[in-house]
Design a protein around this ligand. Structure first.
Ligand code: PEP
Ligand code: MN
Length: 338
């Protein structure tokens, strides 16, 4: 249920509503708005009619149910776009298009530091690099794990870019949170509910990738798992879904962007690298993602793609990334973004 407070409601009135929600056995989530505050009361769907009685409390304007299965992720509860602030400097979900770039995996100190300088030089806002790698084969490179996190932190310190890296196992949440600015949930873990719940209790932004066979509603339900535990900083990422087409690694579902923009206030970025699986297709799909309304891009860039431990074929060479970043400016302007 959504409890909308009056524009002039007092702090004590809001506190009373929060207390009443808790007494009824529901969890209150306060959403501070520009004009008025709203409280989402989530919990057992069956007894929610009891919450309607809160309408008589002072300071309350109206109480209404959210009919969608995802509540806190829904635009019904929050009309304004959520802007996730990373490391006090990068805003995701505002007017500015954010570019996250870097190699698929952290491979060595030299490789990640060189990558960091390359992507920063071309104008990227955030550095990516996997330390824990979800690989289809157990015989493929699995990532440098803690050593990779340490190297990422070094790169961060050298170039001053915030970092995003993948978290795969609930037991590693504290470790990964210590070294990263954003924790990424990969496509394969989008329905790892134990992991999502644990991330919901962290105060680090979460980049949640869509699974390869996750529909939009399921994707939003995964975001809801994180939000319902109290972490409001969720960034969605479309990275392609599995279809009958085999010419590309996945099929980039760009139509999910306007759909998600209508259904949720959360920011959404696009990963054209994993979506297409080939560096040749990364630039066109980047332009298309901006045109469709994405808030940012995540692009794999490697100083030497031929030598990459993972995803070399889809990684851009430094000069190709630089050209893309320059060409993107025009698309960004035409899309009314900065
Ligand atoms: C990645 O970003 O390196 C990755 C493994 O992506 P996905 O989970 O989308 O396959
Ligand atoms: Mn990759």
């Amino acid at each position: 249920m959504v409890i909308v407070m009056k524009a002039k409601a007092k702090k004590e009135e809001l506190e009373e509503v929060v207390m009443k929600i808790e007494n009824l056995g529901y969890k209150p989530h306060i959403i501070y708005g520009v004009e008025r505050n709203v409280i989402g009361a989530v919990g057992d769907e069956r007894g929610k009619a009891k919450l309607q009685s809160l309408e008589v409390l002072p300071g309350v304007e109206k109480v209404f149910p959210i009919l969608k299965p995802y509540k806190l992720a829904s635009r019904d509860i929050k009309q304004e776009n959520t802007v996730v602030v990373v490391d006090d400097k990068v805003e995701i979900g505002g007017n500015r298009i954010v570019v996250i770039a870097g190699p698929c995996s952290v491979e060595s100190e030299e490789q990640i530091i060189e990558s960091a300088f390359i992507v920063k030089e071309s104008g990227a806002d955030i550095l990516r690099g996997g330390a824990f790698k979800p690989r289809t084969s157990p015989y493929s490179f699995q990532g440098l794990e803690k050593e990779g996190l340490i190297l990422l932190a070094k790169a961060r310190e050298k170039v001053g870019l915030p970092i995003v890296t993948e978290i795969m196992n609930p037991k590693d949440v504290d470790l990964v949170a210590e070294y990263s600015d954003i924790m990424q949930v990969g496509a394969r873990n989008v329905q790892n509910f134990a992991l999502l719940k644990k991330l919901g209790k962290c105060n680090k932004p979460i980049l949640l990738k869509r699974g390869m066979s996750t529909n939009i509603e399921e994707f939003l339900m995964s975001a809801e798992y994180i939000l319902s535990e109290g972490n409001k900083d969720v960034i969605l990422c479309e990275r392609g879904i599995r279809t009958f087409e085999t010419a590309t690694r996945n099929t980039l579902d760009l139509s999910c962007i306007p759909v998600l923009k209508e259904k949720t206030h959360l920011p959404i970025i696009v990963d054209p690298s994993h979506a297409t699986g080939h560096w040749l297709y990364v630039a066109p799909m980047s332009y298309a993602a901006i045109a469709a309304g994405a808030d940012g891009l995540m692009i794999e860039v490697h100083p030497n793609p031929e030598e990459a431990e993972s995803d070399g074929i889809q990684s851009l060479k430094p000069h190709k990334f630089d050209v893309l970043m320059k060409n993107l400016r025009g698309f960004i302007r035409v899309a009314g973004r900065v």
